[in-house]
Design a protein around this ligand. Structure first.
Ligand code: PRX
Length: 648
């Protein structure tokens, strides 16, 4: 037995092994000194393996250049056995998915027994449509239980799913279908959100126009309104799944078999297909979910994210289900039909753990305390935030008004690439400070580096890196391992670079200051400035465009676009509105330029590089702090940009 063995008693039931600060220190140091031993223990306790692994990690942040890091490589499993089968056996009548639709009170409850049946039936239907292990399936759906069922059904067959958020446009969807060479798409007739209908099938049809790779489109009927139909390609979910057998053995896969691809924005216009694999990802999602939220058997755990983002993958579907929890799925918005919706649901469903984005908190705080206080929130124990930095005022409001000063707040920092929560308080064990993501999870060794890549010791401010592999990390970019290496491991030799700035205080707490690359975080949605720029220059009237973020009181960041007109073109208000229509068409409904500034040119160095630092300063209203601009090719452009800025 290892010296740092975790006492078994704390693992009884679904209790977290970290309840006190001492527990945390013990786990963190064990994971630091003996990561393989630590994670092998964790995975054997939390995950069902058909063949238990004996190997920990293979490879490091130098060797990743040549081949992906592996975890538990000699193990075999199917993640659905951990997420569904064993709970269907041990606690068949426990609610696995508690769903509330767009209209308040429109509720569905799927027990683990029912979830098992639905996953098996859907897997059988997909197999009958020809889906095989290793093939890719795009999911383009709203927040219905069938989205989670479809993810699990793919996993049951060893097929690789890629969920595309239902707000993305046909063009964005087509790019993703092509990039991963999807064999199949699963969608809905329509989505419902905030009383509005989202034409998912129609967008899907547009995306697939002329695409020959996709053999079948499986369509879940949500609204029943008429939709276009291609009889040789399209299949109704209720017809294919309805009659399928409810037994389906889980296909065993290697630990490193890809579980899913999730596209995310980076510093180029082309989204990256981040690849997560089976054993390590599930281990990390389950462990962090259990530990951070102090998961208990009778919790009603509710994460308000969408399954189209990583939060929905790790903390609506895979983490909670692996832990046998009751996980809530919500189809609507925080303000439909009014700003009390979240708290109304907390009261009706007796939600104990509630996890949302700072943007939602800020938006709701603007409606005052009334809509919160109208509902009974005594069931709440843990409140979480994710996706962007939370300002101390919003944190205090969440803590005092929503949580009545008695709930622990966990400000969870992580990324699509990290697979699960990486720096965060652990609800019962970490003293919090409003706005701080606090301390790293066991297994995470953060380093803050300066411009030259020198590691800062003690308090300081710089760029956030992670020094060693952990099981939940992304393994590669789909079809482009070189891009994976260059993006994450080439900036600071031998380290994973997160793209975030970070300040560490005298208590060792981490305060994330936001992205330092060309990624924007708007209302918790991650978007690339390059994607916006590509959309803007697509317009005939635009010669050049540069997009930066600026502080926005509710959305965290707003989108600020500098546009240069083509000679002879005038960019008046109507023309600028038309540009936003193009942005929407090329990216999606969640993408919008908040402020345009028409400029005579962009500030460039003599070698032609756009000086984004200057553009950011002006957009932030700090145009008088530009410093030396004499190295620019055309300093007068800067004057014109500065003069053309108007606040608000
Ligand atoms: O800038 C950080 C911010 O969101 C980025 C990751 O975005 P995405 O991959 O879409 O994943 C979001 C959900 C995990 C990070 O690089 N971010 C995420 N959580 C926090 C955060 N910034 C500050 N505090 C957080 N808690």
């Amino acid at each position: 037995m290892s010296m740092y063995a975790v006492p078994d008693r704390v693992w009884a039931g679904s209790q977290s092994p970290i309840i006190t600060p001492d527990d945390f220190r013990r786990e963190w140091f064990r994971a630091f000194y003996d990561p393989d031993g630590f994670w092998l223990d964790v995975t054997r306790r939390l995950i069902h393996w058909q063949k238990a692994p004996t190997e920990g990690a293979y490879g490091d942040f130098h060797s990743v250049k040549h081949s992906p890091i592996t975890w538990f490589a000699d193990g075999r499993l199917n993640v659905t056995e951990s997420c569904v089968d064993r709970h269907a056996e041990a606690q068949p009548d426990k609610v696995a998915i508690l769903w509330e639709g767009d209209e308040p009170g429109d509720v569905r409850r799927l027990t683990y027994r029912e979830l098992h049946r639905e996953v098996c039936k859907t897997a059988n239907a997909l197999a009958a449509l020809g889906l095989k292990k290793g093939e890719r399936v795009i999911l383009y759906m709203g927040m219905v239980p069938e989205a989670a069922i479809a993810m699990l059904a793919c996993a049951r067959l060893g097929a690789i799913h890629s969920v595309v958020f239902g707000g993305f446009s046909a063009e964005a969807l087509r790019d993703r279908v092509r990039d991963c060479e999807a064999e199949m798409v699963i969608t809905q007739d329509e989505g419902l959100r905030g009383g509005r209908v989202i034409p998912l099938k129609q967008v899907c049809d547009e995306a697939l126009e002329g695409e020959h790779g996709v053999r079948k489109v499986l369509v879940y009927q949500r609204t029943g309104n008429p939709v276009g139909w291609k009889p040789d390609r399209d299949v109704w979910w209720h017809e294919a799944v309805g009659g399928a057998s409810d037994e389906r053995p889980a296909t065993p896969v290697e630990a490193e078999h890809p579980l899913f691809i999730l596209y995310t924005s980076g510093s180029t216009g082309r989204p990256k297909g981040v690849v997560h694999t089976s054993g390590g990802y599930l281990t990390y999602a389950a462990y962090t979910h259990r530990v951070v939220f102090d998961l208990r058997d009778d919790d009603v755990y509710a994460c308000m994210a969408d399954v189209g983002w990583i939060t929905g993958h790790s903390y609506i579907v895979y983490g909670p289900l692996a832990n046998g929890a009751t996980t809530f799925m919500f189809e609507s918005t925080p303000v439909y039909p009014d700003a009390g919706r979240y708290w109304d649901m907390v009261a009706r469903h007796k939600i104990t753990v509630f996890y949302t984005a700072p943007t939602a908190i800020r938006a709701l705080a603007a409606h005052g305390e009334g809509p919160v206080k109208a509902h009974d929130r005594r069931s709440l124990r843990v409140l979480g935030t994710v996706g962007e930095p939370i300002n101390p005022e919003a944190w205090e409001w969440y803590y005092n008004v929503v949580g009545e000063g008695r709930c622990n707040i966990v400000d969870t920092w992580w990324q699509t690439e990290t697979g699960g929560i990486s720096i965060s308080p652990i609800a019962p064990a970490t003293a919090t400070k409003p706005g701080a993501a606090t301390l790293p999870m066991p297994g995470i060794v953060p380093q803050i580096v300066d411009e030259q890549g020198r590691v800062l010791r003690g308090p300081g401010q710089g760029y956030l890196c992670i020094a060693y592999p952990w099981p939940g990390q992304a393994r590669t970019v789909w079809g482009d391992h070189a891009r994976f290496f260059t993006t994450y491991f080439s900036t600071y030799d031998g380290k994973y670079f997160t793209g975030d700035g970070c300040h560490r205080d005298e208590d060792g707490y981490h305060w994330i200051t936001g992205r330092v690359d060309d990624v924007l975080n708007v209302s918790g949605h991650r978007m690339g400035t390059a994607e916006f720029e590509a959309a803007l220059v697509f317009a005939e009237a635009v010669a050049e465009a540069a997009v930066v973020g600026y502080p926005h009181p509710v959305k965290g960041q707003g989108v600020y676009a500098y546009v240069v007109a083509q000679p002879g073109e005038v960019l008046d208000t109507a023309a600028l509105d038309a540009l936003n229509a193009i942005v929407r068409q090329r990216i999606g409904a969640h993408a919008r330029v908040d402020r345009f500034q028409v400029v005579p040119g962009l500030p460039k160095t003599r070698s032609g590089k756009v000086m984004r630092r200057i553009l950011r300063k002006v957009a932030e209203g700090r145009g008088d702090e530009l410093g030396d601009t004499s190295t620019l090719a055309d300093p007068e452009v800067v004057e014109a940009i500065r003069a053309g800025y108007s606040p608000g």
